[in-house]
Structures are given as structure tokens and as C-alpha cells.
Design a protein around this ligand. Structure first.
Ligand SMILES: Nc1ncnc2c1ncn2[C@@H]1O[C@H](COP(=O)(O)OP(=O)(O)OP(=O)(O)O)[C@@H](O)[C@H]1O
Length: 219
């Protein structure tokens, strides 16, 4: 589904942050992406989401080499990849429901065609009672789940999550992990960037470990 071949990335004239990354994310797979702070996890997520271009090497996404995508095709490709950012990026003036529905609104779809999907998804992440409140009123864990719902509303084939358990207590972290595992069982590939060793001990999956710009893969 996504393939990296000898990918390198540097910011401006700086040193290479990522070097010679070669790996494959198959459909329906589950991966952790880990490594020390500053190792390049967020940078790698941005490459996977096509919001950064590699400075060398090849990235193939859904069977097409990324340099071949026209700029106008990128939004369509990104809808096949959901992303949950570390800082959530919810819009504070829209309700939880409206935040999750936003990708459909942007597409100009009629509300009657997606209302039930948005409500079902909000119930699935445990926000059925919170759908009409604004994000500033949500707790950290609720914001996290709203961001997950927004990433999932377009039914992406791959979900990327940057430190999804970074700001929540251990019981909620376990609950979030259960959501990701269930999502994966339903057929979505999942990649979670995390420092959280306790989380990774709870559900065994392939680990992509970044250190000194290189990647080691542990099955
Ligand atoms: N926009 C940027 N311009 C220049 N350097 C950057 C930029 N973004 C990240 N870096 C540098 O790239 C390296 C990797 O950063 P990145 O945020 O990808 O690491 P990370 O593994 O996600 O870290 P953390 O676990 O602390 O979130 C760091 O040295 C960082 O300073």
C-alpha cells in the first residue's frame, strides 16, 4: 500500500533527519513507530501523509510514485489516509459533530447523506453525548477521540496517529488502543507513533524503530 525505498529527508540545508528508509506498509497491517525524541517520527508521518517531499529516494502510495501525483490529486489521496495530529487541530468555533463532518462539508455533500455516519462514528469513539459541544469544553481525552473520529470519517485505508496516548491517563490510553485494534480488525491499516512502552506491551505489533536517522524493523 505504501512503500519507501532509500528515502532521505533533510530540512533546508540541515543534516539528514531520515536516511535510507526502506519499508513497506501492507494493507490491513498494524505498526508502531517509535524512537527517541527528535528521531524523526513526526517527520516520517508527514512524509506518509504527503505533506513533505523526500529529498531523495522513492515513496509509492496506493501504487503510484508520489512525484507523479498532480497537486490537484493530493486531497483525494489524503482522504484515503486519516491522520490524528499531536495537537488535534480541531476548530474551536465548530461543534464536535461539525468538526467530524467537516471533510464532507468541504466536499459539498448534502448533510442528509453523512449525518448518520457522523453520529455512529461519534458513538463508536464514546462521544455520543458530547457531539454538540465546542472543543474548548472537551477534556484532553475527548479531544483526542474527536480528532480520531474526524480522521476516520472518510473511511481511510490507513490511519496515522502521532502520540495518541501522550496526553491521557493509562485507562484511557488502553481504551484508545482498543479502538485502534478494533479499527484494524475492521480492515484499516494503522500506524501509531508513540513513546509509550506500556502501550506497546499491551498489543503486540511490528515496530518501526527510528534512531540516528535510520530505521530498524522488529517483527
Ligand atoms: N520544520 C522543521 N525545520 C527544521 N528542522 C525540523 C523541522 N521539523 C523537525 N525538525 C528537526 O527534525 C528532527 C526530527 O524531528 P521530529 O519532530 O520529526 O522528531 P520526533 O521523533 O517526532 O520527535 P518527538 O518525539 O519529540 O515528537 C529534529 O531534530 C527536529 O529538530
Amino acid at each position: 500500500m505504501i512503500r519507501f525505498e532509500n528515502v532521505g529527508l533533510r530540512y533546508g540545508m540541515g543534516p539528514e533527519v531520515l536516511s535510507d528508509l526502506t519499508f513497506h506498509l501492507p494493507p490491513r497491517s498494524f505498526h508502531y513507530l517509535t524512537g527517541p525524541s527528535g528521531a524523526g517520527k513526526t517527520t516520517l508521518l508527514r512524509l506518509l501523509f504527503l505533506s513533505l517531499k523526500p529529498t531523495r529516494g522513492l515513496i509509492t502510495v496506493f501504487g503510484k510514485e508520489t512525484t507523479r501525483f498532480a497537486k490537484t490529486e493530493l486531497p483525494q489521496v489524503r482522504r484515503r489516509i486519516g491522520i490524528v495530529f499531536q495537537d488535534f487541530r480541531l476548530l474551536d468555533h465548530l461543534t464536535t459533530y461539525q468538526n467530524v463532518a467537516l471533510p464532507y462539508r468541504v466536499l459539498g455533500r448534502d448533510e442528509s447523506s453523512y449525518r448518520a455516519d457522523v453520529i455512529d462514528l461519534l458513538k463508536w469513539v464514546g462521544l455520543g453525548e458530547r457531539m454538540h459541544v465546542l472543543p474548548p469544553v472537551l477534556s484532553g481525552g475527548e479531544k483526542q477521540r474527536a480528532a480520531i473520529a474526524r480522521a476516520l470519517i472518510t473511511k481511510p485505508e490507513l490511519l496515522l496517529a502521532d502520540e495518541p496516548t501522550g496526553n491521557v491517563d493509562p485507562p484511557l490510553a488502553r481504551r484508545l488502543l482498543r479502538l485502534f485494534v478494533e479499527l484494524n480488525r475492521l480492515g484499516t491499516a494503522v500506524l501509531i507513533a508513540t513513546h509509550d512502552l506500556a502501550l506497546m506491551d499491551q498489543y503486540d505489533a511490528r515496530r518501526l524503530v527510528l534512531a540516528d536517522g535510520r530505521m530498524e524493523i522488529y517483527e
